[in-house]
Design a binder for this molecule. Structure first.
Ligand code: URA
Length: 237
């Protein structure tokens, strides 16, 4: 891999900045200053420093986006896709949203280029939980908890058992799902005679909502968060 690409893949520098840093002698490889941005290095074994600090290779990128209303969870579809909320240097990394939230759903959305991780986190077989906070038009009937716990049928699809906890008015609360059928939460509440007004994902596996992020803001995950995701997905990282 080219040295400037290695550096820009860290997310700290654009490709142009990486190239300039190398030319100015701010980068060493295996202990020697290298001034050629096109130099090929082995990302897994080369010891690279920038301004004296060790740089470890990040094979994948993991972003936590605070999804705002009005954006679709897709890589294609014009100006209102969640990908348009990220800066341009992320556009060539092959990132994609891990699962879908509806246009009007807000909250935790993982964006990554790690296909294996995404697959494992989304597969219903792995039971990774997703927690949504909802508000409803009218209170949910008294037997809703039981119906959701035993696996309600929506259309011709049977849902896996899920836990719902209502606030006192039974018009709001939290529901935990381990799968992601199309419009699942909305269709589950429709099936018991009420309707979702607002829906917000507050947790995706081990990833909690980050209340310091405003709608549309994002940050890269910490190493501990990536490890927690890998543990939840039962993959080695
Ligand atoms: N269930 C829904 O109905 N919509 C979402 O966006 C997520 C889960």
């Amino acid at each position: 891999m080219r040295l400037d690409k290695f550096l820009s893949d860290t997310g700290k520098l654009s490709r142009k900045e990486a190239s300039a840093a190398v030319k100015r002698g701010r980068v060493t490889v295996d202990g020697s200053a290298v001034r050629d941005p096109a130099k090929h290095i082995d990302p897994d074994t080369a010891a690279v420093t920038l301004d004296g600090e060790c740089i470890t290779f990040k094979r994948f990128t993991y972003i936590l986006l605070e999804k705002p209303e009005g954006y679709i969870s897709s890589t294609e579809g014009g100006d209102r896709t969640v990908m348009k909320l990220l800066p341009p240097e992320y556009s060539k990394k092959g990132l994609f949203p891990c699962g879908r939230l509806d246009r009007d759903t807000t909250g935790v959305l993982l964006i990554t280029d790690d296909g294996e991780m995404a697959h494992m986190l989304l597969s219903p077989k792995h039971h990774v939980s997703k927690i949504y906070r909802f508000t409803l038009t009218v209170p949910a009937p008294a037997d809703t908890e039981e119906k959701f716990r035993s696996g309600i049928t929506i259309g011709d699809e049977e849902c896996a058992p899920s836990e719902v906890v209502f606030d006192e008015d039974r018009k709001s609360g939290e529901i935990t799902l381990t799968e992601g059928k199309f419009h699942q939460v909305k269709r589950m509440f429709n099936a018991v005679g009420t309707e979702v007004v607002t829906l917000r994902r507050v947790r995706f596996g081990p990833l909690n909502e980050d209340t310091t992020l405003s709608p549309g803001e994002w940050r890269e995950l910490t190493e501990d968060e990536v490890q927690a995701l890998a543990d939840a997905a039962k993959i080695e990282r």
